[in-house]
Design a protein around this ligand. Sequence first.
Ligand code: ZN
Length: 461
Amino acid sequence: MLRTLLVFLICTAALFASGPVYVVLWFDTEDYMEPAADDAALRIATDLEKLGVRATFKVVGEKARVLETRGRRDVIRALVHHDIGYHSNFHSIPPAPAVYLREMGWLDGAAEFERREAPGAADIRRIFGVTPSCYGQPGSSWGPQSYRALLRMGIPVYLDEGAQVALDEQPFWFGGMLHVFAMGRNLIRPSLNDENQLSQTFAQFDRSAGELEARGGGVISTYFHPTEFVTSAFWDLNFAKGANPERSQWRMPPRRTAEESERCYRILVRYVEHAMARPAVRFVTARELPGLYESALGRVPDRAAIARHMAERQTFLTTGESSLSAAEMLQILLGMEPQVVEGPVRRGATNFRESVISRPAFERAKADAAGFIKAGRRLPAEVWIADQTLSLADFAATLAADDGVASEVAVRKGNPEMERYITTDPSGTFNWPIHPDGFSAPSLLEIARLQAWTLKPARVK
Ligand SMILES: [Zn+2]
């Protein structure tokens, strides 16, 4: 009887087997002023290793160089047992990335980001012996041009928090990078200042994990800064509102007492232990993420389904078996093998005056668009009909609604619904004490809207 019951229980458990919950635990390792922050990183890395958990330490270039100068091989070795990401070259020394990217376009901005930030990633590689697995911006100093540069630097994952682009509080693809960003309810951060709040955080974690298990799996993102465990205010307030004091003038952040620090370490361990107790939970690093998410398109819907979707709205399409960006669907509609491409570098306009296009002219336009995409691995801003143009969105809608045989093709108006996933708040989303007062970056959001052709949810394998 007992055996029958046991078999029954095991079968029931298998029936309700739930999706994996991947917890990405990451530490922005950035304070290159307070030496105690080096010890904090070492302690955290050691505590987690004892628990059998690997975290991702996103290291600032200057922090890596400082660890080297201070002879902290012990810290470097301990962090290498975990995963190493990148968190910009100088973090808060002005100009921060959003500040220097704000007046730049897609290509020149990417080149400038690479010029300024690639040397720090090279130092990480030299000092830690690995290419950083991921990048995340300092503070809210985000800029979409970083994507193009990061991919050239061999960094495929964007791991951070922010509100400039958001998709369903789960990982997504954008600009060719796998993002863990804007995680909403799935961002869980225990307060280091109040151990009594932990039970509420545990409840929040369980709720989130339960929902993710029910929907087939997903990611919970949790982050800290090692410096938070030993200081009570951020080190980089030296650079508030764009200030740039000389090194000799830097003021050390206020220290926590030893007892306070012990409480912080205890809170982290208790949180990790709580998460580990849940069978579906697995702690993963940024380096593991691309292997856990589909990069292939999966079973693509037939052309007719894609055409129906794209004729109405230019945005990603997800089915049970695939996830397609508007850029991928545009390539499919053009008869191309879909590749990872960039969005257009600027917003094109329609100045084509007629309401219909002759079949031969439209076929030439299609071939021209396909040629442009193939040559530059980038979508065109507009498509030429002789010496007139259709904006990319209008062209996509027109192409999708075309039956491919009529002697004339009716021009349709585009509906770039994908742009909804980019915030319309150019000030609040860039709010950061380090940015100049009143900083606003609408042009960066406009570049992001153009790149939203590449946006789509990531699918758990
Ligand atoms: Zn930071």
